[in-house]
Design a protein around this ligand. Structure first.
Ligand SMILES: *Cc1c(COP(=O)(O)O)cnc(C)c1O
Length: 372
């Protein structure tokens, strides 16, 4: 008689796994398409790839690679980040992507007797990281697809230890101005002091208009309960290498590091991240391309009479109605976008901004499908 393994705890069994954007190779196999003919506008990656300087640094690193573990403290990368934000190195935690940092924050601050607060339609990993700890999640209804920051402040309970804010948010692309975030931080600090930590996820900060950007390291200096996360996956084009970082005061950073795997960021990723941070020209080029492409997609959605959420990021959330049918028709034409039914948006698709020719091909296909 076979004995089945004992079941996982109920809070683990309750987790609905993360739905990633479909890989190009998978679609090619499923539909018998040429991978070269497929375009992927599904995972908010940089359509330019990464900086040439990153490629060159990686080539050299590969040639001189040895069988050693990576630097567990990421000395050089932390020095580059510290210089960029004007913070001490012991305020920085490196992550295997910023997803890792969301997990580390949940490991450090949540357990079964606690809760986290986040917004409806916020980045799905906030829910996953909370559920994995067996903590309660207090999801606050969205307002115009964005966070309702007043309601989120009100939702903080006795047992709340962590609040997640995505600014800009994924999958909606909504953004709150610095003044609104600051008012929220002020309010949480005044009411709850250090008991509640706020994690401000700025994965898409580099896509904001320069006038909207705010150096949130200034808030980290003022608010000891604040954790700001950034990633090199999006604008820097290092999604495949997995590097992100968190900024927080030394005491919080120390706690995050206690639950971090010592070698969570591999050596090639550390090399690539240093080179990427040094190439600000590439970032400007990325910003300009994205801005034009985002306007083009928004204008096309408007012309097709589709409702869309004005975006501050590198994707646009559009309401197409029967999203499952339209997604299927796009896949048949070799175009991968992201259905967001799992986020509670069954009538929407999230479309990442691509290269100009990719955006045009997507718009033509969508126009055809809607007319059929
Ligand atoms: C993409 C994304 C991340 C994390 O990406 P990593 O590749 O793990 O750095 C974090 N937050 C939001 C809102 C995102 O969209």
């Amino acid at each position: 008689m076979s004995t089945s393994p004992s079941p996982a705890p109920a809070h683990i069994q309750a987790i609905a796994p993360y739905q990633a954007g479909k890989p190009i190779e998978e679609l090619a196999r499923e539909f018998g398409l040429d991978p070269e003919s497929i375009i992927k506008l599904a995972s908010n990656e940089n359509p330019l790839g990464c900086s040439e300087q990153v490629r060159e640094a990686l080539r050299q690193a590969v040639v001189s690679m040895q069988g050693r573990y990576p630097d567990p403290n990421g000395f050089e990368l932390k020095a580059a980040i510290a210089a960029r934000h004007g913070v001490p190195a012991d305020w920085i935690t490196l992550g295997n992507g910023s997803n890792d940092l969301l997990e580390l924050a949940s490991l450090a601050f949540l357990d079964e007797g606690t809760s986290s607060v986040y917004a409806q339609y916020a980045f799905v990993v906030y829910r996953l990281a909370t559920q994995a700890r067996g903590a309660r999640h207090l999801m606050v209804p969205a307002r115009d697809y964005g966070h309702d920051l007043d309601a989120m402040a009100e939702a903080i309970a006795e047992d709340t230890r962590l609040v997640f804010i995505a600014n800009p948010n994924n999958p909606t692309g909504t953004h709150h101005p610095a003044t609104a975030i600051e008012a929220f931080l002020e309010r949480v600090q005044a009411r709850h002091g250090g008991r509640v930590r706020v994690l401000l996820d700025e994965a898409y900060d580099d896509y904001l208009d320069p006038a909207e950007r705010f150096d949130s390291a200034q808030w980290v200096r003022r608010y000891p309960n604040l954790i700001v996360t950034r990633t090199l996956s999006k604008a820097y084009g290092l999604a495949g290498l997995r590097v992100g970082y968190a900024l927080a005061q030394a005491e919080t950073t120390d706690l995050l590091n206690r639950v971090r795997q010592p070698f969570n960021v591999n050596s090639l990723a550390q090399v690539a991240a240093c080179a990427a941070l040094a190439d600000q020209d590439f970032l400007r080029q990325t910003y300009a391309l994205n801005r034009a492409g985002r306007e083009r997609l928004s204008q096309a959605f408007g012309a097709l009479g589709l409702e869309f959420v004005p975006s501050s990021a590198n994707f646009v959330l559009v309401r197409v109605g029967d999203a499952a049918r339209i997604n299927r028709a796009l896949l048949e034409r070799g175009i991968i976008v992201r259905p967001v039914g799992g986020d509670g948006l069954p009538e929407h698709l999230r479309v990442s901004v691509g290269l100009p020719e990719e955006n045009e091909r997507f718009i033509r296909a969508l126009t055809d499908i809607l007319a059929a």
